[in-house]
Write a protein that binds this ligand. Structure first.
Ligand SMILES: Cc1cc2nc3c(=O)[nH]c(=O)nc-3n(C[C@H](O)[C@H](O)[C@H](O)COP(=O)(O)O)c2cc1C
Ligand SMILES: O=C(O)C(=O)c1ccccc1
Length: 389
């Protein structure tokens, strides 16, 4: 087990003996700047950007820094097991790839490359409804790898049912329903650049390939893309719902359903009452509510509210192995990684994503070992202390 993830470090150190040369930085604090140099300003701004003043995105990082790991010694941590099961999916480490739409603005292989990299490591990839590749293409690229589907909920129930049906047929097991982005936030970076991928036709592969959506149009989307894009945009943004809407999803999905974007313990309790299987504590990487609570600060209360009745996943601001360890210690069953793997995609497609994933997992594996932790089950709040300053 030790060699499984931490072994990436050995490979790199042994490069003179034929080991791996890291294709780009292994430093999580340099990844974003390195991607900025490669990417066009529109796509980079869209990926890196946040809502309003960026206060929530900064708070996400600051919250990690306020928690500190207290390492234990002589804990026989040589052999470690990072494996776990999340939403019925056995996985080699408690990390999945967050749903990130429109990946063709980053690399031509887009979500197919990401799915291949995730599958190579056995980690679940969450495919976005706003993907620039179809449900079926990404399933084919991911092969035997675990796959989950993220829903941006179309107002037309027939279109919604059709998309869910396609995802089921294509072997996606868990459904991740994103609630925090029923409309896009005020995002000054994109506004100042006048850049929105969807208006250029990016991120419409799923509706454009959907027979039920196509039937809502007067002309095929290929003949009249502008109308089709706008129709789709209005179908998935602009409409908030209430808790009574959830049974529709249960009727149209056989596997586990998790609500993404939960930040208040009462909402987490309502998710339990509504028969959901989990929540993702997330503030969308600070891209929605400016001045919002740091996702990590929202996590302990949500965990306390739901107990072990449903699974609590976490994202927003995870950059290092220590970050993963801290989120797990505070009660997350697994974390979703967002922007870092997208920067990996920008650097080198599938190989770039794989490098970023291996780096985070190696860092997690080594940090766990050096902290005296042998398994994810042993990660509790007792592993952490609040930073003195
Ligand atoms: C460029 C970009 C596109 C995203 N698209 C989606 C999406 O289509 N659906 C979704 O649920 N979340 C989307 N997210 C949010 C991520 O799933 C995740 O919550 C967020 O990236 C986590 O924060 P982090 O990037 O700081 O790790 C997107 C995030 C980024 C950066
Ligand atoms: O940009 C985002 O954060 C996002 O989630 C999104 C919203 C609509 C379409 C694609 C991605």
């Amino acid at each position: 087990m030790t060699e499984r993830f931490g072994g990436y470090q050995n490979e790199i150190y042994l490069q003179g003996l034929g080991g791996a040369v890291p294709p780009f930085t292994t430093d999580p604090t340099k990844l974003e700047d390195s991607a900025r140099e490669l990417m066009d300003p529109g796509p980079f701004g869209y990926v890196a950007g946040a809502a309003g003043s960026g206060a929530t995105a900064r708070a996400n990082r600051a919250a990690f820094d306020r928690w500190r790991i207290v390492p234990r010694m002589l804990a026989e941590a040589t052999d470690r097991d990072l494996s776990t099961t999340v939403l019925g999916t056995p996985m080699p480490a408690p990390v999945a790839l967050a749903p990130v739409g429109v990946q063709s603005i980053v690399h031509p292989d887009a979500e197919r490359a990401t799915a291949r990299a995730a599958a190579a490591l056995g980690l679940p990839f969450v495919l976005s409804t706003a993907a620039s590749s179809t449900i079926e293409e990404v399933a084919a690229a991911g092969g035997d790898g675990p796959r989950w589907f993220q829903l941006y909920w179309p107002t037309d129930p027939d279109v919604c049912a059709s998309i869910l049906d396609r995802a089921k047929q294509a072997g996606y097991t868990a459904l991740v329903v994103t609630l925090d982005t029923w409309t896009l936030a005020w995002r000054p970076v994109d506004l100042d650049q006048g850049y929105l991928p969807f208006l250029r036709g990016e991120g419409v592969a799923i509706p454009f390939s959907d027979p039920v959506f196509r039937a809502t149009l007067d002309a095929p989307p290929e003949d009249d893309p502008g109308t089709a894009i706008l129709r789709w945009l209005f179908m998935v943004t602009g409409t908030d719902r209430n808790w009574d809407a959830l049974p529709f999803l249960r009727e149209h999905w056989d596997g586990p359903i998790v609500l993404k974007g939960i930040q208040h313990p009462d909402d987490a309790r309502r998710a339990v009452d509504a028969g959901m299987d989990g929540v993702v504590v997330s503030n969308h990487g600070g891209r929605q509510v400016d001045g919002g609570v740091a996702a990590l600060d929202a996590l302990p209360e949500v965990v306390a509210a739901v107990g072990d009745r449903i699974e609590v996943l976490f994202d927003s601001g995870v950059r290092t192995g220590a970050d993963v360890l801290k989120a797990l210690a505070l009660g997350a069953r697994a974390v979703l990684l967002g922007r870092p793997y997208v920067y990996g995609l920008a650097h080198g497609g599938e190989d770039g994503v794989r490098h970023v994933l291996r780096a985070v997992l190696a860092d997690l594996d080594l940090t766990m070992g050096l902290s005296g932790q042998r398994s994810v089950a042993g990660l509790t709040p007792a592993v952490l202390t609040r930073s003195a300053g």
